[in-house]
Design a binder for this molecule. Structure first.
Ligand SMILES: C[S@@+](CC[C@H](N)C(=O)[O-])C[C@H]1O[C@@H](n2cnc3c(N)ncnc32)[C@H](O)[C@@H]1O
Length: 335
């Protein structure tokens, strides 16, 4: 169960003015059985596992936030402040005059703070708390403060990692700086990698950029990333490299379509708002299944994550290549 989704659905069910919606748009769409009763619900979801679940439930989906306007716009934001405010503005830009916006967030993600922020633009709000989450909605009365929405809209436009050419976007992993764990891995990646190489959970392309600069014998580099926005940034960030590069909007936990001479990764260990070590471990399993015999795995992890045991159980010969107070580098050979 997703508590924020359940709270959103409850807010809809307990407010007759919101149902039944003739047409609705769902930003950050999550599938829910109650939506099967809705005549016309379009979803946008940049995270591949959730987009796949939405598709599997049979709802229509757009790869990009669709253009047009709707009388009802639902939003389930993620955990970044700038992304949430940018999604407030995105939702507003897709709303018909007189329409209603509905948001839901966990309390631990700052739901009451975001409700106050939204009230700066809309003044009146109706809210409901349940499942340690808060859902709030506002109906356009023609009096909203559009300047506030304009400021929030600018938080979602492309931004730069300072003193670099790297482009990122609010809400994607490490959008304001290079991740220090990834930097440690980049500092230790060998220059002699060759053949076909994969970057799992490639984000906006930092490790891929390092590989392409350092390793002249890489013939093809495949990026796999679940967040469509991060992958779009990676395309821009790697555009100046003339090597063969492929980009996959892909849920790595479902396996890879090819085998590799080497794999690099800084595996994710969060699902939504919660820690999920199994997600990182499933990246290791997929790497084990996708490396050729003698293939090499290069990974960085927070020190407390128990990947050594997983590597051993998967039959890798591994070593700790470097460590600092926060991170460790585990380099492994597929036997
Ligand atoms: C710790 S970040 C590393 C990002 C990038 N490699 C870097 O070093 O900056 C992990 C990345 O994995 C992505 N991710 C999370 N779950 C995923 C999944 N199931 N399949 C593919 N990528 C996933 C996240 O969106 C995030 O970009």
């Amino acid at each position: 169960m997703n508590p924020a989704l359940e709270t959103l659905v409850l807010a809809l069910a307990t407010n007759e003015a919101l149902l039944p919606p003739p047409r609705a748009l769902f930003l950050g769409a999550h599938a829910h059985p109650s939506f099967h009763d809705w005549p016309d619900l379009t979803g946008w979801q940049p995270l591949k596992p959730l987009a796949d679940a939405w598709d599997a439930a049979g709802f229509p989906r757009s790869d990009e936030p669709p253009s047009g306007s709707w009388p009802l716009v639902l939003v389930l934001p993620n955990k970044s402040r700038d992304e949430t405010l940018a999604w407030f503005a995105l939702a507003r830009s897709r709303l018909e005059p007189g329409g209603t916006l509905v948001f839901a967030l966990p309390n631990t993600a700052g739901a009451s703070r975001f409700e106050k922020e939204l009230s700066l633009a809309t003044r009146d709000l109706v809210s409901l708390t349940k499942h340690k989450c808060r859902a709030f909605h506002a109906t356009d009365d023609g009096q909203w403060n559009e300047r506030v929405f304009d400021q929030w809209q600018s938080l979602g436009t492309p931004r730069n990692i300072p003193e670099s050419h790297f482009i990122t976007q609010a809400g994607i992993f490490s959008c304001d700086h290079t991740d220090p764990g990834s930097q440690l891995l980049a500092d230790h990646l060998p220059a002699n990698l060759r053949g076909t190489v994969a970057d799992l959970g490639a984000g906006w392309g930092f490790l891929s950029d390092t590989l392409l600069r350092r390793c002249p014998n890489i013939q093809r580099l495949d990026l796999f990333e679940a967040d469509a926005r991060a992958l779009a940034c990676a395309r821009l960030n790697l555009a100046s490299h003339s090597r063969e590069i492929t980009y996959h909007w892909h849920d790595v936990t479902t396996g890879l379509p090819h085998t590799y001479d080497a794999i690099v990764m800084n595996p994710p260990f969060h699902t939504g708002q919660s820690t999920d070590v199994n997600l990182g471990c499933s990246f290791l399993t997929v790497a084990a299944n996708s490396l050729r015999r003698g293939g090499k795995l290069f990974l960085v992890a927070n020190r407390q994550l128990p990947y050594e045991a997983a590597l051993g159980a998967l039959g890798f010969a591994w070593r700790m290549a470097a460590e600092n107070p926060n991170y460790k580098l585990l380099f492994a050979d597929k036997r």
